[in-house]
Design a protein around this ligand. Structure first.
Ligand SMILES: Nc1ncnc2c1ncn2[C@@H]1O[C@H](COP(=O)(O)OP(=O)(O)OP(=O)(O)O)[C@@H](O)[C@H]1O
Ligand SMILES: [Mg+2]
Length: 784
């Protein structure tokens, strides 16, 4: 055992942090602004529990927001108290639930080899369901049905309750799809992401002895980023902690709970996250103790002042004053590019300069943007300049077609009932099982109320109606192929070997090799990469994770053994964007590009936050919606506070969107930063030959000094804008249309009135106000 000295575990903590680490008993809430050491407190607290309070590592459950953060936390604790830290459960909500559900699958009527459906799989299944229910795909898009169902699950509303609660046509339709969707998930022995949480809650609420088991086991529950929990996750935490109100043999006192968070960094409302969970913690847990942290250890004062200034514009928040002992530091550099290429060039040039001057390595630098599609222009320019970079997120490796195909084969081998995966690979590569044959099988399944897998097997015996003999033979061949491959798994072959056999025996590899399409060559490379991933995965040492504390029942299986197919599939399913953030290294490393959402919890010496334009950031949706705008502002706060020493904020006057150049006004967030903190870099002289001066800005003439008074640089852009105006003369606007007005910026039509030449539109231009405009003549406005 590691000789942990309790005093050493408290070293490098301020008084408040120390208080949080040492606190015992009542539920503990640590609320504090960015960079004040919340995550550090959580990590130290765990180390302290193990090192100073003799808590068994198996009694600790810690929840982080990403798998990567979980691994780092575990590593940090191990550094402090030694390897036995490995017996703790440190994971995301989803990974933790998968472990519980695999163990308890039987209780819920599933097998432990259940598949985990990601959003794409779940959308496919919903598409099938909606089609079978004869819903008009134009009115009920699978995507929107999926969002509705996900929202219900985040609120822990099950399908039957949703059906009972439905009061209008849409709700009834959604509920109808939801009921059937759940039935098919069950039949396929599959769960979607939201089910992982909801079914775990259900498990704990319905089966007292299961709940008791976990109550006895987890005596300490810790949650990072608590502001981003949704209702289902909130309830899960409550169930895990327990009320201690059980009687007789079920009487286990509640676990010690410690949550840390910052309401100003809540940025997942679209996934149902609610700051209510943090704001009302004291009401939810009446015995709660709250600790506030006020010193920021991450950023310079200038960065912090900017962050505080922006977030203070949000209504209904608890004001907190963060301070830092780091000194003012550099001013914040602000830049206006003619267009997005110019902006990206500026970023690349600055990185180059900082690296040349020995101020930073590539790996010290992060570039943020609002949405993934904004990464493309940075990539183009970084490639051209030979600047090494990594984009986190976007079209992810595991979302590529060939990878999904290969993984679908593996899933079917692990879980024969996985309908979505089965149907995906049924005719991939082509083997003569056409859509008609698939439909016959699906119809049989539907009519006989059997699974798709069972129906397929019925087809091989000629029991499926309307199926021609050729299709029947093809299906028999497929079933035989899959059964043959499954024997590799049963024989205990490594995942990499199984994968290799899949690619070989299905002819998938041969087909790609025979193709002269260069895309297919890169598909082959990706599949080779997947085999490498599988091989590395198999070689992972078996972690001693099943080390249950004394006094609790030994755990037979807490999850699939390391290296197995099930464990591999679990990893593949739960990998998230943020897990792919590259580590720092000493060799100069790579610049990291990611969205503001992915950046949560991270820190970098140098940060470029780009695309600060109204309609881009804040997002278009937020311009006429104060609730959304507040969320965007929190995102700005998150972005700014990732920077330790240097922060750059930039925008482009013209940016292509939907294939059209768009002129965007400066982000209103620029105006919210005290002007004296900003060092505006003007456009270079070669680019600013004035063609036509136009005022951009968000009403207050701000955007920082003269920089918001900008010029169109290129002729192409100018003629584009001019054409836009002419179109406006013949333009009809409807309520809800989005427009870009040369003077007032982006807006949304809230009302129209009059006819012909007297037509007017009332347009909400956000901070510029709501303005009524005549629509005749050359209105300097474009419809978007
Ligand atoms: N008492 C301290 N002394 C020195 N450095 C500290 C102290 N507390 C925290 N830090 C450092 O400050 C930085 C921010 O800490 P941490 O990431 O834990 O903050 P946080 O509150 O979790 O931030 P966020 O809100 O962004 O998640 C880290 O580099 C951490 O190591
Ligand atoms: Mg943190």
């Amino acid at each position: 055992m590691h000789p942990a000295d309790p005093a050493a575990l408290l070293e490098g903590l301020n008084d408040q942090q120390r208080r949080a680490v040492e606190h015992t008993g009542s539920p503990l809430l640590v609320v504090a602004g960015a960079g004040s050491g919340k995550t550090r407190v959580l990590t130290r607290r765990i180390a302290y529990l193990l090192g100073a309070r003799q808590v068994h590592p198996g009694q600790v459950l810690a929840i982080t927001f990403t798998n990567k953060a979980a691994a780092e936390m575990k590593e940090r604790v191990a550094e402090l108290v030694g390897r036995r830290a490995n017996a703790m459960w440190v994971s995301t909500f989803h990974s933790m639930c998968v472990r519980v559900l695999r163990r308890e699958a039987k209780t819920l009527g599933m097998t432990s080899s259940f598949s985990i459906y990601d959003s794409d799989d779940s959308k496919r299944l919903i598409t099938l369901v909606a089609r079978d229910l004869d819903l008009d795909p134009k009115r009920y898009a699978a995507r929107s049905l999926a969002v509705h169902i996900s929202n219900l699950k985040n609120e822990l509303v099950d399908a039957e309750t949703a059906a009972g609660n439905a009061t209008n046509d849409l709700e009834r339709r959604v509920a109808e799809v939801y009921v059937e969707y759940q039935r098919r998930l069950r039949e396929a022995n599959a769960m979607d992401f939201d089910d992982l949480i909801m079914r775990t809650v259900e498990l704990l609420q319905t089966f007292p002895d299961v709940a008791e088991y976990y109550h006895r086991r987890f005596r300490h529950v810790l949650v990072d980023e608590y502001q981003d929990t949704n209702h289902a996750q909130y309830t899960l935490v409550r169930e895990l902690v327990g009320t201690g109100r059980g009687t007789g043999e079920h009487a286990v006192p509640p676990a010690e709970l410690c949550v840390v968070g910052d309401a100003d960094q809540s940025i997942y409302a679209f996934r149902g996250a609610t700051i209510r969970n943090i704001v009302e913690f004291e009401r939810d847990y009446p015995q709660a103790t709250t600790v506030l942290l006020e010193q920021n250890y991450r950023s310079t004062q200038n960065i912090l002042t900017a962050a505080n200034a922006v977030i203070s514009r949000n209504p209904d928040r608890r004001d907190k004053r963060l301070w830092t002992a780091m000194g003012d530091g550099e001013k914040i550099v602000a830049y206006v590019g003619d267009n997005e290429h110019d902006e990206a060039n500026f970023v690349a040039g600055e990185i180059d300069r900082l690296v040349d001057a020995g101020i930073a390595n590539n790996s010290d630098v992060a570039v943020f943007y609002r949405t993934n599609n904004q990464s493309r222009v940075f990539e183009e320019i970084f490639i051209r300049l030979g600047l090494p970079y990594k984009v986190v997120g976007g079209v992810r490796f595991y979302e590529r077609r060939e990878i999904r195909d290969a993984v679908a084969y593996l899933r079917v081998l692990a879980n024969p009932e996985d309908t979505v995966s089965l149907r995906r690979i049924l005719n991939v590569p082509k083997r003569g099982i056409g859509e008609r044959a698939e439909a016959c099988v699906a119809m049989h399944a539907e009519r006989e109320r059997v699974s798709f897998n069972t129906a397929l097997r019925a087809a091989t015996e000629g029991r499926v109606a309307m199926l021609n003999p050729r299709s029947q033979r093809a299906i028999a061949g497929f079933v035989e192929l899959v059964d043959g491959l499954r024997r590799f798994v049963d024989d205990g072959q490594d995942v990499a070997e199984v994968l290799d056999a899949v690619l070989e025996q299905t002819g998938y590899r041969a087909e790609l090799e025979a193709s002269d399409d260069p895309q297919d060559a890169s598909r082959l490379e990706n599949l080779t990469e997947l085999i490498t991933v599988a091989r590395e995965f198999t070689e992972l040492p078996d972690a001693p994770e099943d080390d249950a504390p004394e006094g609790s029942a030994p755990i037979e299986t807490t999850g699939p053994a390391a290296g197995t197919l099930a464990a591999f599939l679990e990893r593949v399913s739960l990998v998230a964007d943020a897990d792919q953030v590259p580590d720092e290294d000493d060799t100069g490393g790579v610049v990291t590009l990611m969205t503001l959402h992915t950046a949560k919890g991270l820190e970098y010496p140098v940060v470029f936050s780009t695309g600060w334009e109204d309609g881009v950031f804040p997002h278009m949706r937020a311009l006429s919606d104060p609730v959304e705008l507040a969320e965007e502002r929190r995102l700005a706060y998150v972005g700014i506070t990732r920077a330790r020493e240097r922060l750059y904020l930039s925008r482009a006057v013209v940016r292509s969107a939907w294939g059209q150049p768009m002129t965007n006004p400066a982000s209103r967030f620029f105006d919210e930063i005290p002007a004296d903190l900003l060092d505006w870099r003007r456009l270079g002289p070669e680019r600013s030959s004035p063609v036509r001066a136009t005022t951009f800005g968000s009403g207050s003439g701000g955007g920082g000094g003269g920089a918001s008074r900008s010029t169109f640089g290129s002729r192409g852009t100018r003629s584009q804008a001019t054409r836009g105006w002419q179109e406006t003369a013949a333009l009809t606007l409807e309520v809800g249309d989005r427009v870009n007005h040369d003077k007032y910026g982006l807006g949304r039509v809230v009302a129209t009135d009059g006819q012909g030449p007297r037509t007017t539109a009332t347009i909400d231009f956000g901070t510029a106000g709501t303005i009524r405009l005549m629509l005749i003549g050359s209105v300097p406005m474009v419809k978007l």
